[in-house]
Design a protein around this ligand. Structure first.
Ligand code: SF4
Length: 407
């Protein structure tokens, strides 16, 4: 979501004639922020301190993203070097303000448009209607607002016209999508977008187990364009903890979604999020999560230690009763477990033929991209960004596949 917001503001700035520059040569620095965990929020404050010597009367520092919903204009009192506090999505008035400040454009031609990469991110839902007890997102991003199907399709068509090969539909709970004009949910939207001429891949993230409609899995399984990848946060493998988290499902529901999805798409790529050390997480509850990870064998698990976020139900009403060193032990235990699972699963790709949508070049200059199941893959041989190339996998690590182009 943050990447999509950064892209959105960058495109608007580029279209308005601004150019990207290194920090030491730039006039404007914009921090797009995340506050989902305390550590990410702390990084924002550290960066603002770091920018203090950079700031001059001619230069502008702006902050946007979730911290604006949390701290608002109070940030300017704490950080006098800060010029602008920009709510998510309200970029036009910010850019108009910059235009008034920097009269740089006299006589200069504006570039025709912004930028579009191989992948184009489209936010289809803003905000979240769930109330997970640990989560600050509904407070900082507000309740859900859904973009009409026609508007999403128009944006995707424009992006494809400008060179995009892949569209990524984004929402905090993207599978809760409902067209405001009553034309259906995410399955209906995916059906409309996937048939756009020139589109090679379609992905969506992140899904919520409570919202996932079976029809969506059928649309995925039947399509050559939609990626076979599901990002489905489980958060805990223990029903008591799931209830305390107010996730709205039990482990057996989650398991049945995975069974149905794998029944339709045996090679489905599966990613999840897990929090360890949530208030009340006993050793037995933790072991239930561990067993679920062993049983389901996710490709990717994003692991986090619980940290109380201000104004959330959990922070206000539940004691943060798992000691930090115990949280760390549980985190490290699951990290080691998942590393072994991921290595085993990735090794199973060796010898298989896969299609890679090339996104760019890695630090060694080799083309890389993703396979349909979401894994990163390096292509041995020539390939340009935007190309869909077939490779046979010859090497696999937990992080990526590597393969030579099929003859
Ligand atoms: Fe947060 Fe829960 Fe909404 Fe996800 S579903 S954004 S965890 S409140």
């Amino acid at each position: 979501m943050n990447l999509a917001d950064s892209e959105s503001i960058a495109r608007k700035l580029l279209a308005a004639g601004y150019v990207e520059e290194s920090l030491d040569r730039a006039d404007i620095a914009i921090l797009n922020t995340c506050v989902v965990r305390q550590a990410s929020e702390d990084r924002v404050y550290a960066k603002l301190h770091e920018l203090r010597p950079w700031k001059t009367p001619e230069r502008t520092i702006a902050v946007t993203g979730c911290i604006v919903g949390k701290e608002g204009d109070g940030l300017r009192a704490r950080f006098p070097q800060l010029d602008s506090v920009v709510p998510i999505g309200e970029y036009d008035s910010f850019i108009a303000g910059l235009d008034a400040r920097y009269d740089w454009s006299a006589g200069e031609a504006l570039p025709a448009a912004g930028r579009t990469g191989v992948s184009h991110f489209v936010r289809v839902i803003q905000g979240c209607d769930h109330n997970c007890t640990f989560c600050i997102v509904p407070r900082v991003r507000g309740r859900e607002k859904h973009v009409p199907i026609d508007a999403v399709v128009a944006e995707c068509r424009e992006a494809i016209g400008a060179g995009a090969k892949e569209v990524v539909l984004l929402g905090q709970n993207v599978d809760d999508y409902r067209d405001p004009e009553g034309r259906g949910g995410l399955a209906a939207l995916v059906r409309e977008v996937e048939r756009l001429p020139g589109l090679l891949r379609l992905r969506f993230m992140t899904s919520h187990p409570q919202d996932l409609e079976p029809e969506l899995l059928e649309v995925m399984a039947a399509s050559d364009v939609v990626c076979r990848e599901l990002q489905l946060p489980v958060q805990s493998g223990d029903d008591t903890i799931l209830k305390r988290m107010a996730r709205g499902y039990q482990v057996r529901h989650y398991r049945s979604i995975i069974e149905r999805a794998r029944g339709l798409m045996p090679d489905l790529g599966l990613a999840t999020d897990v929090i360890v050390g949530f208030p009340g997480e006993s050793e037995e509850a933790f072991l239930n999560t561990r067993r679920l990870l062993e049983e389901i064998e996710f490709d990717v698990v994003h692991l986090a230690m619980y940290s109380p976020r201000p104004s959330t139900y959990a922070a206000q009403k539940m004691a943060d009763d798992v000691p930090d060193d115990e949280k760390l032990r549980r985190l490290n235990d699951l990290l080691a477990l998942q590393r072994a699972i991921a290595a085993r699963k990735t090794a199973a790709w060796i010898g298989r033929d896969v299609s890679v949508l090339v996104e760019g070049r890695d630090e060694l200059g080799r083309p890389f991209g993703r396979i349909r199941q979401g894994k990163r893959a390096v292509v041995l041989g020539h390939a340009e960004p935007g190309m869909l190339v077939d490779i046979r996998v010859v090497q696999a690590t937990a992080g990526q596949l590597m393969g030579a182009r099929a003859a």
